[in-house]
Ligand binder design. Structure first.
Ligand SMILES: Cc1ncc(COP(=O)(O)O)c(C=O)c1O
Length: 287
């Protein structure tokens, strides 16, 4: 029997994903004029829901798209999508564009144009991370100057990610002016002598919900965590490198640009913190 069609949310209604019809004049399609959010769900229960909705509201505010829903409505929409798609482990994708006008013009449309709201679920990777860890490469960060906004305009990320795939790597770590910014679709944490370090928040990076939660848990485990700039040299000499993202949890990078990171195996700090992080998920879901 064919699997049931996934159920999406589109402008006020739940419907099969295959039935969603978006206008070619939608500003997400024409300009990438939209923001999005990805919320992990374990055992049918959203994880870190408030930080994700805080960030969605912030992204909308920064690009001046009126928030189409109250917090309670967003929560009901997310829970509705989870329930209609059978619960379990998945990721909820939400996107809000500035809407579809009657033509193509860079100016914001007139007040009657409503934001387009789209939501769907995607599978979440729950595989045990490769026991060898993942390979990463470094590349120049060619993105715009407001990477703190979770915008759908991701062309530079797409190109960098494809370069990583073609190089046989699982992620690309981006470098601007000799400093690490973040991964193409992840935050980065390094470990030096047992201390966790991530670069400070700012317009060059997305404030990661996963890294925030990881830092809280690592501190509860008695570890020191710092926000400090990370130069390429510092990255290259780190004992451990991790990437962190809602859909990937925390994964150890064991090869960087073809050279082993630390021992070349997932490190002891990652083993400890990732186990504590998995235990904090709804139902203590472990990969
Ligand atoms: C560019 C970028 N940075 C960081 C992250 C990590 O953010 P979060 O942990 O909230 O998923 C993501 C997630 O997709 C991302 O795309």
């Amino acid at each position: 029997m064919a699997p049931p069609l996934p159920i999406a949310w589109f402008n006020g209604s739940f419907m099969p994903l295959a039935d969603v019809r978006v206008s070619p004049l939608d500003r997400a399609f024409l300009f990438g004029d939209a923001v999005y959010e990805v919320i992990p769900v374990y055992g049918g229960e959203p994880f870190l829901l408030d930080p994700h909705l805080d960030r969605l509201e912030r992204s909308l505010g920064e690009v001046r798209i009126g928030n189409p829903h109250s917090r309670a409505e967003w929560v009901a929409l997310i829970r509705g999508l989870v329930q209609r798609n059978g619960g379990g482990n998945l990721a909820v994708y939400l996107q809000v564009s500035r809407g579809a006008d009657t033509g193509r013009d860079h100016f914001f449309p007139a007040g009657h144009v409503r934001p387009t709201v789209f939501g769907m679920v995607t599978p979440i990777s729950m595989q045990q991370p490769d026991p060898q860890g993942i390979r990463a490469i470094t590349r120049p960060d060619q993105r715009w100057g407001r990477c703190d906004i979770k915008s759908t305009a991701l062309l530079a990320n797409v190109l960098a990610r494809e370069e990583a795939r073609e190089a046989g790597a699982g992620e690309v770590l981006l470098v601007r002016n000799g400093q690490l910014t973040e991964g193409s679709a992840s935050s980065v944490i390094i470990v030096e002598a047992g201390v966790l370090v991530r670069r400070p928040a700012g317009p060059e990076v997305l404030p990661g919900t996963t890294t925030d939660a990881v830092f809280t848990i690592a501190r509860q485990c008695g570890l020191t965590c710092r926000d400090e700039p990370i130069s390429v040299e510092r990255l290259q000499s780190a004992d451990e490198i991790w990437i962190a993202a809602a859909t990937r949890s925390i994964a150890p990078v064991t090869m960087l640009d073809g050279r082993p990171v630390g021992s070349g195996r997932p490190g002891p700090v990652w083993l400890k913190v990732s186990a504590a992080f998995d235990a904090s998920k709804p139902g203590g879901a472990s990969p």
